[in-house]
Write a protein that binds this ligand. Structure first.
Ligand code: PLP
Length: 255
């Protein structure tokens, strides 16, 4: 189980131990008001190895999901499209914060904590007809795990993913992939969307990206993240030097 898809390089990989030790003697924390060199290096390497133009660093999967939800809402608000509804799928798991809970609508995780947020609609996984029916002029984004993790290692059909990409293009909807569990080499490719030869607009990653060090990221295209300007979103610890040293090393090894 590798710590639920976290220990992507096992425990105490010598190169990661080295990177963390080296950084721990230099600098642990500096505010994101300042330039953090390793953050830029890591972000460029993530972009070079994916569809993305931009990276926002977080400390967990669920924070990366919240960032992506904001990117979707902010995009449609910027262009005044009137769209704000997000479609997700049964069996999904996106994390434990309210945006994530509201998207996955799974009573096992949300019972007793209602009301959940509005603006989320859930559709049967891998069913093209039901998805077609669920999409309307308010649909702003679709969030999906290319391979559902907690839902039972259920892969989305390649043709289903391609259909979603196509309908998102046609209807001005942003495609948001949750690769927190199925990304970072877990599927045999760096990201599982590569199997379908599609590209998302936004993607949440975490777990295997830090191989055990708390680290997450939300990746996006320049186009999708139009509303994410200086000060629109933030994190105190996201992108801290310790996490960046480890993440950079993990990506170098895995990619
Ligand atoms: C684990 C997981 C999350 C949440 O990650 P945390 O780091 O626990 O917040 C989100 N999405 C998927 C697919 C996951 O497997």
């Amino acid at each position: 189980a590798s710590g639920i898809a976290v220990n992507s390089l096992g425990h105490c990989h010598p190169k990661l131990v080295n990177a963390l030790n080296r950084q721990s003697r230099m600098l642990w924390h500096v505010s994101n008001l300042y330039l953090i060199k390793k953050q830029e290096q890591f972000a460029s390497l993530l972009c070079k190895n994916s569809f993305a133009d931009k990276v926002f660093f977080t400390n967990s999967g669920t924070e990366s999901i919240e960032c992506g939800i904001k990117i979707i809402r902010g995009y449609h608000s910027h262009y005044k499209t009137g769209k704000n509804q997000i479609i997700s799928f049964n069996g999904a798991f996106h994390g434990r914060t309210f945006g994530a809970l509201s998207a996955q609508k799974n009573k096992k995780y949300s019972n007793g904590y209602g009301p959940l947020l509005s603006g989320f609609k859930q559709v049967e996984f891998n069913n093209i007809e039901k998805l077609k029916k669920a999409i309307n002029k308010k649909t702003a984004g679709i969030i999906i795990e290319p391979i559902q993790g907690e839902g039972g290692i259920r892969p989305a059909d390649i043709k289903y993913l391609r259909f979603i990409r196509k309908i998102c293009n046609e209807r001005g909807i942003l495609l948001f992939l949750d690769e927190v569990q199925c990304g970072f080499g877990r599927s045999g490719k760096l990201y599982s969307y590569e199997w379908a030869k599609i590209k998302p607009d936004i993607m949440a990653i975490a777990k295997g990206i830090g191989s055990g060090f708390p680290l997450g990221a939300c990746l996006s295209t320049n186009k999708a993240s139009i509303s994410m300007t200086k000060g629109s979103h933030g994190s105190t610890y996201g992108g801290n030097p310790l996490a960046m040293s480890v993440g950079l090393e993990v990506l170098k090894i895995i990619s």
